[in-house]
Design a binder for this molecule. Structure first.
Ligand code: AOY
Length: 466
């Protein structure tokens, strides 16, 4: 076995190794900040920094062996060029007992902020290590992923809430209406844990078990998500093409109470719903103590949901609620888990409403689009230096490329304030208001430890201002 990736010196892009050589002589402080510069959604749900701090940066993260090992690896990597900052790392090891002399302030996790606001700031607390602030950019900017997942999931929740409030008598189903199907489509078990947890900031339904462990270990929540029994194609098709009806009957007997989801498109979903469920097994479904959830899994999603609801309605009937929308009997409903993203989810809800079906008849499943179909540009997350001190003098710094002024960065030391109930970022000297950012990390210590329940409550405490 080669070296393990637990070495804080190696949690950075290679070019960071050379940056200690490049700051102006006399530099004693570098101050940088992280923001979402805009993107698909006009607000961002800030989440996941705490995972990264606990996983990689809290406590004694440096020892002599790491420094020695990094020097060998990096001298080879740079083909003999002697760039490695042994002196700097040994200073941190000896003067700070291997704890990083950094101060990080951050918006409370679960905050829903307009884009272009500071989300966290980082500065060195020891004037001898100004290079450290941006050395940790690489690992800290990975906050983009849980933040972007939480943001997409949040906006899907808003959309579902809008339709529920217009077409259903109760909002009770909202927390389980977007179920995470994304474990297999994630780039790794670890990513599934992080992204799956970010979805759970907004919802309680998930098949991504990795998220449960990440929730427990990093956000103090030991029962973060729920699921229910469901079939997959193998358990249906093992009965053979002519065995689909027997499969449903058998599975209903094996799971006699509570919800059971049945994937119904193995051969012909129309035959399944109309003849197998709607005729052969009709009484069995009507008298079952629990809800049978029909799952289309192919075809154009809005068309499939509508056709499935219409067929079920014809066979099992429906009631009309006080808002004028059709509601299926309590023992049957639909889950659409194929092709779900923000756009298709909205279309499905719209088509349902146009056809007088209440949103409460449906749950959504989402996998690839929920946890994987996004990148750092989706919410344009970036970490930029905005202030330095050189020879005892504070200097505002920023970038503003002539080739893309949207990439302009902020200047100075930043404060997050609330103005008329909305977040705003200003320079420290422009306000007397208190910073909404909390000190979360100082000199290797985690100063603030948010629980998932606090994060969830904060993310959904909105409504007044949306
Ligand atoms: N799960 C609700 C519970 C979960 C799933 C997971 C990929 C479920 C399906 C369902 O009803 O149908 C990963 C595909 C489906």
């Amino acid at each position: 076995m080669g070296p393990e990736l637990n070495n804080v010196i190696l949690l950075a892009d290679s070019y960071k190794i050379s940056h200690h050589l490049q700051y102006p002589p006399g530099t004693t402080r570098v101050y940088s900040y992280f923001e979402s510069r805009g993107g698909k959604y006009d607000k961002t749900v800030f989440f996941g920094l705490q995972y990264i701090l606990k996983k990689w940066l809290v406590g004694q993260v440096l020892n002599q062996q790491m420094i020695d090992e990094a020097e060998i690896i990096l001298n080879r990597h740079f083909k003999g060029a002697k760039l490695f900052n042994r002196e700097g790392w040994e200073y941190i090891l000896h003067e700070h007992k291997g704890r990083l002399p950094l101060r990080i302030r951050a918006a409370p996790e679960g905050s829903v902020l307009p884009t272009k606001n500071v989300l966290f700031s980082v500065e060195n607390t020891d004037p001898k290590v100004p290079w450290l602030t941006n050395y940790v950019e690489t690992v800290l900017v990975q906050t983009w992923y849980p933040t972007t997942v939480a943001t997409g999931s949040y906006f899907q929740k808003l959309k579902i809430a809008e339709y529920l409030s217009e077409t259903a008598e109760s909002m009770d189903k909202l927390p389980i209406m977007l179920h995470d199907f994304g474990y297999r489509g994630s780039s790794s078990v670890e990513s599934a844990g992080i992204g799956g947890l970010a979805h759970l900031v907004n919802f309680e339904g998930s098949d991504t078990l990795a998220a449960l462990f990440t929730a427990e270990k990093y956000y103090g929540e030991n029962n973060a998500a729920f699921s229910v029994p469901a079939t997959e194609h193998s358990t249906m098709t093992s009965w053979g093409r002519d065995g689909e009806s027997a499969a449903v009957r058998y599975i209903m007997d094996k799971v006699p109470t509570g919800p059971i989801s049945i994937v119904s498109d193995s051969y012909d979903i129309f035959n399944m719903v109309e003849h197998i469920m709607g005729e052969e097994l009709k009484e069995k479904i009507e008298s079952r103590d629990g809800v049978l959830i029909v799952r289309p899994d192919s075809g154009e999603p809005s068309e499939m949901v509508l056709k499935t609801l219409n067929l079920i309605g014809e066979k099992f009937g429906y009631t009309v609620n006080s808002l004028g929308y059709r509601v299926l009997p309590p023992y049957i409903s639909v889950v659409q888990g194929d092709g779900i993203c923000y756009e298709s989810l909205e279309k499905i809800l719209k088509v349902m409403k146009e056809n007088r079906w209440s949103a409460e008849n449906l749950c959504f499943g989402s996998g690839g689009a929920l946890l994987q179909k996004m990148d750092r540009d989706t919410q344009k997350c970036a970490y930029k230096c905005s202030y330095v001190e050189v020879d005892g003098k504070g200097i505002d710094v920023f970038k503003d490329p002539v080739t893309d002024h949207k990439k302009k960065s902020k200047k100075g030391r930043l404060v997050l304030i609330k103005q008329d109930g909305e977040f705003q970022t200003v320079r420290e000297e422009e306000t007397t208001q208190e910073d909404e950012m909390f000190l979360v990390f100082e000199n290797g210590e985690l100063v603030k430890d948010w629980s998932l329940s606090e994060v969830r409550a904060r993310a959904w405490s909105r409504k007044s201002k949306d």
